[in-house]
Design a protein around this ligand. Structure first.
Ligand SMILES: [Zn+2]
Length: 466
């Protein structure tokens, strides 16, 4: 039996206003080489100045991941030459990182250790086209944190959950949007398999850009390493890439050692001092984190765990839900409207993440209150919500007096009686044990009432009469 051992190195781009060592703006998607200055493209004589917000965001991330914070840490030079790194060194942290010794707790209670979190600058971006390799330095000097986990991930499922939890916690703290498709979160996955207790030789899969790909690459790599070991071969320690099309890993280079980088203290920057008081001040800015929110939704709102997980999965959805459900009893109905109608309207993951709606949480609350008061039935409310999402109008602008008249019990009773009279075969089917036949009668009532009757009430009444 071969056992998998894995650890993650995750790069997360911080959403600060400006870059880490200069005042160039920090943001995704501008024309190439328009957000650069002598500092971030490494011209001679240009001197870096550390952005305070980078340190604050990194500490916030560290605290949210249960880390301890070093009151004194340093910036170091990591020397290597590559076209995307014009200075031929990256300013990073080597022996004394800003944060250390934290963990992420998985749903089964297992803790995946966080060894350290350090701050560093991102490099530029190489763009390969058919004939040339182009360089965009907009990304050079974008602040990053590198989150290094302990190698105590023992299955592909654990790896997936770890990556998802890490991404979500970072999003909740607001330090990064962690969009893997845009590269603001990138994972390097270390992986080894071994038959004995001692660790096998590990390979590192670089720059995974989606959680689905992490899963595929790990599954492939476990299989590849296991086959090598089974046939008596040796796994080579190397850095791999993942080819999405073929679903396989390929060798990029044999692994370099830390020594190769000739790390030394960055002489142009002062040590980073952060006081206990400042750390506590930052701790107080951390909002309620997803695992606590989930527990509260289940306990206080009575929402099913699965539904609560879906609401918590997107920070903007969670805050919209909380505002819409504020102060009303039927918060479960609010959740249903969001997860049913609004999620069907926002089809892609990106749209759900952005949750950019034309309606406000108050508008949804008003709609739910109309159904609570019996003025509007739930199915009509759902149709109205669809119109609201398209037009941005409030429920009362879209509904006429007739819609809001509700449907009184006498009218419901007479329509149910009519349904039974004109559909004797369906009634016989129902009596004969076909439970589903009742829905045909409900359908009749809904059609006759032009959607104003309440389907749930109609069903009850029909069963009562039959
Ligand atoms: Zn700059």
């Amino acid at each position: 039996m071969y056992k998998l051992t894995s650890g993650f190195e995750t790069h997360v781009e911080l959403k600060t206003n400006t870059k880490i060592f200069c005042s160039c703006s920090n943001g995704f998607g501008s024309a190439p080489n328009t957000k650069c200055c002598p500092v971030c493209i490494g011209l001679p004589g240009a001197l870096p100045r550390l952005n305070k917000q980078v340190v604050e965001f990194a500490v916030k991330a560290g605290l949210a991941l249960n880390c301890k914070i070093n009151n004194l840490s340093y910036m170091d030079r990591k020397n290597y030459s590559y076209p995307d790194l014009p200075k031929a060194y990256q300013i990073s942290q080597f022996d004394v990182p800003l944060c250390y010794d934290g963990f992420v707790e998985l749903s089964d209670g297992k803790k995946i250790g966080i060894t350290r979190i350090h701050i560093e600058e991102d490099a530029g971006k190489l763009i390969h086209n058919d004939e040339d390799i182009l360089i965009d330095y907009n990304r050079a000097g974008v602040p990053l944190i590198e989150i290094v986990s302990e190698p105590n991930i023992e299955s592909v499922e654990e790896a997936k959950e770890f990556a998802e939890k890490l991404q979500l916690i970072m999003r909740y703290t607001g330090v990064s949007d962690c969009k893997m498709q845009e590269g603001s979160m990138r994972c390097d996955v270390n992986i080894s398999v071994s038959e004995s207790e001692s660790l096998g030789t590990r390979t590192e899969i670089k720059n995974m850009n989606s959680i689905a790909n992490i899963r595929k690459a790990m599954e492939y790599e476990v299989k590849r390493q296991t086959e090598i070991l089974k046939s008596g071969g040796k796994v080579i320690q190397e850095t791999l890439g993942f080819d999405e099309k073929s679903g396989t890993t390929y060798s990029m280079r044999t692994k370099e050692d830390a020594n190769d980088y000739r790390f030394f203290r960055e002489p142009d920057l002062l040590p980073i001092h952060i006081s206990h008081e400042d750390i506590e001040k930052i701790r107080r800015t951390i909002p309620e984190l997803p695992h606590k929110k989930l527990k509260r939704y289940v306990a206080d709102f009575g929402i099913d765990k699965k539904d609560a997980e879906l609401l918590v999965k997107y920070p903007r959805v969670a805050s919209f839900f909380e505002e819409a459900a504020y102060g009303i009893k039927s918060s479960k109905k609010v959740a249903n409207f969001i997860l049913g109608v609004i999620f069907a309207f926002l089809k892609s993951e990106t749209l759900k993440e952005e949750f950019d709606l034309k309606i406000s949480p108050e508008s949804l609350r008003e709609l739910v209150l109309l159904t609570d008061s019996g003025k509007l039935n739930v199915s009509k409310a759902k149709l109205t919500l669809e119109q609201m999402l398209l037009s941005g109008k409030r429920a009362e602008e879209l509904l006429n007096d007739d819609d809001l008249r509700g449907f009184d019990d006498d009218s419901l009773l007479s329509l149910c009686q009519k349904a039974i009279e004109v559909n004797p075969k369906t009634v016989a089917d129902y009596k004969g044990g076909k439970d589903k036949a009742i829905m045909a009668l409900v359908g009749f009532v809904m059609r006759e009432s032009k959607g104003r009757a309440d389907a749930g009430k109609a069903k009850e009444k029909l069963i009562e009469i039959i």
